[in-house]
Design a protein around this ligand. Structure first.
Ligand code: CO
Length: 200
């Protein structure tokens, strides 16, 4: 369907009116305070809208998304979001959620480009080189991409766990939990990759 930007403004008005009708206090309540229990680190892919796929309302999840849900230890954007989520909002759970068929992961597997995004994806390319054996066992084509998508989530969970933000939080007794999940574009289901990291 071809839509214009002004169509989005109309859709927004309809959405806001609908929300207010069913819950007149909804916007005043959210405007006063946000207190999400969850932080989400996911892919920018338009098919993986964080709140929607877990059925959460505005106000319930603090979200950071980037290409292939990569955690760079020097990414001020991600680190600022993470710091605010952990120190200020005191979220209970941080979820790194990748998705099968990820275009960024596919690109890292092909390792051909020298665009900015290839610099961004360098940790995934390194991961691919380290995991040649496991990727070989996965088979060819999509199975190989999907296996790298899973390994990428596990790696990024470790990288969040290794940040000074998480280490300091755990040292202070803030029991924030880290999870690694993966979303299936073909069935809309999320699988727990069982790579969770709990407070030390
Ligand atoms: Co993706």
């Amino acid at each position: 369907m071809d839509r214009t930007a002004s169509d989005l403004l109309k859709l927004n008005r309809r959405w806001a009116q609908g929300r207010s009708r069913t819950d007149p206090d909804f916007f005043p309540r959210l405007a006063a305070q946000q207190a999400p229990q969850f932080m989400w680190i996911g892919c920018s892919d338009s098919r993986v809208p964080a709140n929607e796929i877990v059925g959460l309302d505005p106000g319930e999840m603090f979200v950071h998304r980037n290409v292939a849900n990569v955690v760079h230890s020097g990414d001020l954007n991600l680190l600022s979001v993470l710091e605010f989520a952990v120190h200020e909002l005191k979220v209970r759970d941080i979820i790194v959620c990748g998705h099968y068929g990820c275009g960024g992961v596919r690109r890292a597997l092909e390792d051909q480009g020298d665009a900015l995004v290839d610099h961004w994806l360098a940790p995934v390319v390194e991961l691919r080189r380290r995991e040649v054996k496991r990727l070989g066992e996965a088979g060819g084509g999509d199975a190989r991409i999907d296996r790298l998508c899973e390994l990428n989530v596990a790696l990024q969970v470790e990288r969040v766990a290794a940040t000074p933000i998480l280490r300091a939080a755990w040292d202070r007794g803030h029991k924030v939990r880290l999870h690694g999940w993966i979303y299936g574009l073909k069935d809309g289901l999320i699988r727990d990759l069982k790579v969770s990291r709990l407070a030390r």
